[in-house]
Design a protein around this ligand. Structure first.
Ligand code: PLP
Length: 405
């Protein structure tokens, strides 16, 4: 079946809007992707027809709301091939999922224990470990990259020591687009008895991660980067580990029984879901998986790759333009600078031409330091982007360059 881009675009009303008098060209998908109308309709239905608090209600709409939210949990479980629905914890997103693991799993770490990270991590996979370092005295070790933006895997292996207690790394870099060999990296960590967290925030819109194949211990992602609603996300955790971990937050929903003397906690996954969840967002989140499945994750991947392969050489023809990250199998993320022009000025002028890109350090300041730059301009593609939009980006850059040089 051919890729029906018109039909796909019809599902996203925002793509029709204008910025000033220009047609919007949305190329900031790495930061957040747009949401199909059907998913938005589910949010509306959640508020207009089924708004009742979940899990504790005997009345009909509470049970309906609960069933819809739990349907999404099964959808996530099936999509990522987790062994059990108990391994799917709903959170506010990737950031909260990593904080949960660092706070709860991290309670067992002691002064001098070592956690391995990489230089290409988003701040969400750095700062929670630094907060843990302040509390416990753990040591952070960092894997570097080569000039193509690929991890130095020899260094990765060499960083393991008898004190290593955790390795935590991204599946796909949000700046370089590099796809890391997470399965091999996990296997190596496990051969040393070390558990692994994979930050899947940038992988989940482009590929279908299989938990039993990758075999990592934790995998985290956000709905809003994969065509879903904002404010919800997932922590996948291996059941035995989740069972061994203390709760992250206390409150309603996560208990079996409370007295002032003693409280017992709920079973998985609820032990880690204190308080009222965003059950409307979670209900609608199932629609994001439906969208990806309808279009086909492989087709999305191929389409984005074709856009990347089309755009990259054309951008490189522009004098002074430099792209960061050139791994052959990289995701459709293009981070670049042009001569000495400030990334912010480039992004600002592109916006005046209707082209939405992200500028700055992309929450990856250690990576910027490694690259020796303050930031980049970043254009990134999603399922609904077109070759005309790629041309619009290229033309817009050619137009702004003379204004900046
Ligand atoms: N990790 C990576 C690789 C990301 O790209 C992002 C967001 O850009 C995050 C974590 C944080 O995601 P969120 O803000 O949805 O928690």
């Amino acid at each position: 079946m051919s890729y029906d881009i018109d039909n796909i675009r019809d599902e996203f009303p925002i793509l029709q809007r204008k910025v000033g008098d220009r047609q919007l060209v949305y190329l900031d998908n790495t930061a957040t992707s747009q949401t199909p109308h059907r998913v938005v309709e589910e949010v509306v239905a959640g508020y207009e027809h089924t708004k009742a608090n979940v899990h504790r209600g005997v009345h009909t709409i509470s049970q309906e709301a609960t069933d819809l939210m739990e349907h999404t949990r099964r959808r996530v479980q099936g999509w990522i091939n987790a062994r059990s629905f108990e391994e799917i914890i709903f959170t506010r997103g990737t950031t909260e999922s990593i904080n949960l693991v660092a706070s709860s799993f991290g309670q067992r770490f002691r002064e001098g224990d070592e956690v391995i990270l990489t230089v290409m991590e988003h701040h969400a996979n750095i700062v929670p470990w630094q907060l843990l370092r302040q509390r416990t005295g753990i040591v952070l070790k960092v894997v570097g990259i080569n000039d193509r933006g690929e991890l130095d895997l020899d260094q990765y292996r060499s960083l393991f020591s008898p004190r290593t207690v955790m390795a935590s790394f991204t599946h796909i870099s949000n700046v370089l687009g590099t796809v890391n060999p997470v399965k091999e990296m996990t296997a190596f960590a496990h051969s040393r008895g070390v558990p692994v967290l994979v930050d899947g925030a940038q992988a989940i819109p482009h590929l279908r991660p299989d938990m039993q194949d990758i075999d990592c211990d934790f995998y985290v992602f956000s709905s809003h980067k994969m065509y879903g609603p904002t404010g919800v996300g997932v922590l996948y955790g291996r059941k035995e580990l989740l069972e061994s971990m203390p709760p992250y937050q206390g409150g309603g929903e996560m208990i079996k029984h409370v007295s002032f003397e003693h409280t017992t906690f709920a079973d998985l996954p609820f032990k880690f879901e204190a308080g009222t969840p965003d059950y409307v967002g979670l209900r609608a989140y199932a629609g994001a998986f439906d969208f990806i499945e309808r279009v086909g994750i492989e087709s999305i991947h191929e389409h984005e790759k074709a856009l990347l392969d089309y755009t990259t050489p054309r951008l490189l023809e522009i004098p002074g333009l430099k792209i960061y990250g050139s791994q052959p199998q990289k995701a459709a993320v293009i981070s670049f600078n042009i001569g000495d022009a400030h990334n912010y000025d480039v992004g600002f002028l592109l916006d005046k031409l209707g082209v939405a890109v992200r500028t700055g350090h992309h929450c990856a300041q250690p990576l910027m330091e490694r690259l020796g730059i303050p930031g980049t301009v970043r254009a990134s593609f999603a399922a609904y982007n077109t070759f005309e939009e790629a041309d619009a980006l290229i033309a817009a850059i050619k137009r702004v360059v003379p204004m900046l040089m």
